[in-house]
Design a protein. Structure first.
Length: 108
């Protein structure tokens, strides 16, 4: 397998990747206590997880994950809203790499 160096080709590969590979693009870092308990650095974000935003407009805020969009590789967190031009409030899509998981929903 050759290494992809062009940004354009990398973006195309990420956009056209199959769903079983896009799942790996939804991983987020774990808090220190979860990292020690699970012996893992990062796991996939799931609906119901409690996360803390580490970067961006909502930096430092915590909330529960309401929606995970596998196609667009974004998550939506309760309380993180954005007002549209018409005045309608929508949940702001946030990249999972910019959050840290604090509490997890039970996994199989």
């Amino acid at each position: 397998m050759t290494k992809i160096t062009k940004p354009r080709t990398q973006r195309k590969w990420r956009a056209n990747a199959p769903l079983h590979i896009k799942q790996h693009m939804l991983h987020a870092h774990l808090s220190k206590d979860l990292r020690a308990a699970l012996k893992k650095r990062a796991v996939r974000v799931r609906k119901g997880d409690k996360v803390k935003v580490m970067r961006g407009l909502f930096e430092g805020k915590e909330g529960k994950v309401i929606d995970v969009d596998l196609i667009k590789r974004k998550i939506r967190i309760e309380g993180m809203t954005h007002r549209k031009a018409k005045g309608q409030e929508i949940l702001m899509p946030i990249d999972p790499s910019n959050v840290m998981i604090i509490e997890m929903v039970e996994r199989k």
